[in-house]
Design a protein around this ligand. Structure first.
Ligand code: NAD
Length: 304
């Protein structure tokens, strides 16, 4: 049986480090770091994420400044708010919650954020610094995954790593961070031929695809470390029966509730083959917010 890599416990460690950093700032007469969160529209999942972010800010002493705008906000108005936050000396980090409602251009909004306040690490300037291996604000999910792997002593040098997914937010930056640590990295995606065979080569498999239970146990090399970034809601009973065949408890929860969250990897099957696996929920999810607050503290410390 594989070890479960507990993301919640590691997120708590990361948040404690942020809390101590905030305390040190206050002790030296500086104000608490401040994170401005821009939420446009009524997407229920986004509202939950923003609530969780505010709660985490409160826990570690980061000031959370919420800006809620209606779904029909024109681009010019969103841009003007970002411009104001960029020049506001009381704001250290700016996060525009994605997805934005139809009619708004998320790339335009994200590129408008000052790189020094880009705590999501999505600005091309920060992505470029990562590409060059230079310090900067890095995307929260992959950096927190790297922190989890380091904490568990996963030796990355020379390791065969496969990253499933090539998004700007997770897949590509994750691959670059692994490369920086001297892993031999393959990026696989929706057009990759013979995905199971590519995955089977991986000593470290990172799945960031958004397809529930895509990765079967037979795709995993025995003894591999598996990091499951995917967060998917499963509502189809046939799919649930297939992907939770080795997880009777999860199947029971599904039958009781009619829906459950799961990752891109079939957790029950992975547990029988891998050496270590992150669960969903309780794996990478909690780490992302911890990464965001780590970045907010870093942005504040760099601006002083
Ligand atoms: P995305 O949709 O931007 O990218 C998905 C990638 O997966 C694409 O590059 C695509 O080529 C690849 N892909 C799609 N179908 C595939 C298939 N059948 N086989 C192989 N590759 C395939 O998604 P994203 O923003 O990178 O997010 C991926 C998943 O991670 C989602 O489930 C998302 O909810 C989750 N996520 C979780 C966190 C977290 O905090 N845990 C953070 C960000 C994203």
């Amino acid at each position: 049986m594989a070890t479960i890599l507990d993301g919640k416990a590691h997120a708590d460690r990361m948040l404690e480090a942020v809390r101590q950093g905030v305390e040190a700032r206050l002790a030296s007469g500086l104000r608490a770091p401040a994170l401005a969160v821009v939420l446009v529209g009524d997407d229920p999942a986004s509202h939950v994420y923003v609530r969780n972010k505010s709660a985490a800010c409160a826990k570690v002493g980061v000031t959370s400044l919420e800006h809620r705008l209606p779904a029909d906000t024109p681009q010019a108005e969103l841009d003007a708010l970002i411009d104001r936050l960029n020049t506001d000396p009381a704001v250290d980090g700016i996060l525009v919650q994605l997805p934005l409602p139809k009619g708004l251009d998320s790339k335009e909004a994200l590129h408008r954020i000052s790189p020094a306040k880009d705590v999501d690490g999505f600005h091309p300037m920060n992505q470029g610094l990562l590409l060059e291996g230079l310090p900067g604000l890095r995307p929260c999910t992959p950096s927190a995954c790297m922190s989890l792997l380091a904490h568990h002593g996963v030796a990355l040098k020379g390791l065969r790593a496969v990253v499933l997914g090539r998004s700007e937010i997770v897949g590509k930056p994750m691959a670059l961070m692994l490369l920086e640590q001297h892993a031999t990295v393959t990026i696989a995606h929706s057009r990759t031929k013979d995905l199971p065979a590519v995955c089977r080569e991986a000593d470290l498999l990172v799945a960031a695809v958004g397809r529930p239970g895509l990765v079967e146990g037979s795709w995993i090399k025995p003894g591999a470390v598996v990091v499951d970034v995917g967060i998917n809601r499963v509502e189809d009973p046939d799919l649930a029966a297939r992907i939770f065949a080795c997880e009777p408890k999860k199947l029971e929860t599904f039958q009781a509730k009619g829906a459950v969250l799961c990752g891109d990897v079939r957790f029950g099957e992975a547990m029988q083959v891998a050496s270590a696996v992150t669960p969903v929920p309780g794996g990478v999810g909690p780490l992302t917010i911890a990464g965001l607050l780590t970045n907010t503290l870093m942005a504040a410390d760099q601006s002083k």
